[in-house]
Design a protein around this ligand. Sequence first.
Ligand code: ASP
Length: 316
Amino acid sequence: MNATTADIVLAVHGGAGTPSRDELGAGRAQAARLALAEALQAGFDVLHNGGPAVEAVTAAIVVLEDSPLFNAGRGAALNAEGRAELDAAVMEGSTRRAGAVAGVHRVRNPIRLARAVMERSDHVLLIGEGAEAFARSIGAELVEPGWFVTAERQRDLERARARGATAPPHFGTVGAVARDRQGQLAAGTSTGGTTNKRYGRVGDSPIIGAGTWADERCAVSATGWGEFFIRAAVAHDVAARLTYRGDPLPVAARAALDTVGRLGGTGGLIALDAGGIVAMPFGTAAMYRGTVSSDGVIEVAIHDEPLHVVSPEADR
Ligand code: ASP
């Protein structure tokens, strides 16, 4: 997408990884497209009404967290103990304010809590029990840990246990990047991490500069094998390539992702620059993704096909 500087722009992802077209099937693919479209619509409504990029990112991610189709919020990947252990982060471009949470088990929408860390605490990253105590103190919506667990994720966990811990994880994190009317950029990411992960493991999503980044030049949200994204500082690497090398966004995004590949990892990312250019490279079979800009036309894709228009009403 090549947008002009006057545009509002929102892009979302619902994770990279398998499945192939055949494994996914037409019904699940369509359900995922509709969920992506709903997320894009929620974020677009914020931007269209003049709301800030960080609000649009949050609104879009809340929809994907509440959908059991994606690895975030309800339907999150389960850890080795069979529990959902959730991580999320949000960052605002020009202010470089950031908030993140890791290892929460009861917070219905971790992205909202990450935003509260940014806006209502002196900190950037809160973890585990401390993050949940903060959630209680601000009246965040809490649910029973079992609320996040779905039959499909339990099956994924059984398969992962059978495959052994050395097999590449199955991804599905969600994220969003946005540019508002004032030209402000923001990025957010939310995840259950990797299936069968060790209790206490934290991935790239809540690590500012690894899975999530926004500054005045670009906003980035990543998905993939988190350990590699941390080691490559992927989200910040995209920004650094723009800033120090002057690379165009698609070149910077691809190069940052290539580092993950060289280290032996895999995944994808979405990135948006201050001019409204979007890049969505991925090195996996699929990456759930979509965009919307000022005209309100929602476009999504899952595999290597180009983005195409989806209308939530017509497609239902
Ligand atoms: N990056 C996430 C993590 O490693 C997983 C994903 O993208 O689905 O925690």
